[in-house]
Design a protein around this ligand. Structure first.
Ligand code: VTB
Length: 335
């Protein structure tokens, strides 16, 4: 994968973020997702790649999606792409922090192919690499991570999602003395924060989406961190009723078809299989990882995190966009 593709991918997430921003705070998460998907598709199709979407978003909440197996690009390097045009459609619709447009790209076969279902995830930064094991209780993991970092449990910071399904785990961590930062949504940003030298966050633990997990794995691998995960059928995460059991069984069957299993430990290397990966993420709303979009008249600014795994370069790109430029083919989508 040519290194210059990184810049092209940052343009794709910038475009998707600007399209999503148009719907910021308007209460319509489907419209926001639709707009970002459309621009992401348009821009990927203007990129010199022979690309295939191998993991996308949308099935959990039946949002519009760049579907798995979709071919994108003008032709060029063969790349697999994992996308989340808006990581945080609800946050965008409700004007909450930490919404991003993200994608990860790698050579053919770089990413775990999995259905859009739930995934349990445990993420740490480089200093705790090698000392996590999701087959062990969370409490044991936290003790091992604290030891590796030379910290006491009461100085350890864990992020998670503030979802009712995590109430028990949050209480357990707090009773151990651990500080818990619970984000309403958005575990990609929360995961990446574990690897950022200027962040307080040591660990990310949650049950979130599998596409977000694979995109995070690419970024975490590129940043030298570590991650364990496990795919979970719907009825084991949400209420165990007839509907969710049926959906959960469909997920189990789809996993089988794809040659993978639910409830089995997945290591970072199973999800992001090569160092030659590129991660691009642009902030939509302001957050702990990235600034959000600001707009004054027809001038918008974006901030993008662009990571190349091969050389482990981390770039933060601040861009100014003149949205009324006449030659901008995506103008109508993002103004
Ligand atoms: C997860 C998480 C995402 O939405 O997909 C979550 O990975 C959905 O959880 O980061 P629920 O089904 O419980 O709402 C995000 O938080 C945002 O897209």
């Amino acid at each position: 994968m040519k290194r210059d593709l990184a810049m092209a991918f940052s343009r794709v997430t910038e475009g998707a973020a600007l399209a999503g921003y148009k719907w910021l705070g308007r209460g319509d998460k489907i419209a926001a997702d639709n707009a970002a998907v459309e621009v992401m598709r348009t821009l990927l199709n203007q990129t010199e790649i022979e690309g295939e979407i191998v993991i996308g978003e949308g099935e959990i909440d039946e949002a519009p999606m760049l579907f798995i197996g979709e071919k994108v690009g003008l032709g060029g390097d063969a790349v697999d792409i994992a996308v989340d045009p808006i990581e945080g459609t609800r946050m965008t619709a409700m004007g909450q922090n930490n919404a991003l447009a993200v994608l990860a790209a790698g050579e053919k076969g770089s990413f775990l192919k999995a259905p859009d279902m739930y995934m349990e995830k445990l993420v740490v930064g480089p200093e705790a690499k090698g000392c996590i094991n999701l087959d062990l209780p969370l409490a044991t993991n936290l003790e091992n991570i604290a030891k590796a970092l030379g910290k006491t449990l009461d100085s350890l910071v864990v992020t998670t999602l503030a979802k009712p399904r995590h109430d028990g785990v949050i209480a357990e961590m707090q009773s151990m003395g651990v500080r818990v930062f619970a984000f309403p949504d958005g575990d990609v940003a929360a995961s990446i924060l574990t690897c950022m030298p200027d962040s307080e966050v040591d660990v990310m633990y949650c049950i979130g989406g599998a596409p977000e997990g694979v995109v995070s794995a690419a970024a975490i691998r590129a940043l030298g961190g570590d991650m364990h995960a496990r795919l979970l059928p719907r009825h084991e995460v949400k209420e165990d009723n007839e509907d969710n059991r049926r959906l959960g069984q469909t997920e189990i069957d789809r996993c089988k078809e794809m040659g993978i299993e639910t409830n089995v430990l997945l290591r970072m290397e199973d999800m992001a299989k090569s160092d030659n990966v590129i991660f691009a993420g642009t902030g939509i709303t302001k957050g702990d990882l990235l600034e959000g979009i600001t707009r004054k008249g027809n001038i918008a600014t974006t901030e993008t995190l662009l990571i190349r795994g091969k050389c482990r370069t981390i770039r933060r790109i601040k861009s100014t966009h003149y949205l009324d430029r006449k030659d901008d083919s995506i103008k109508n989508h993002i103004v």
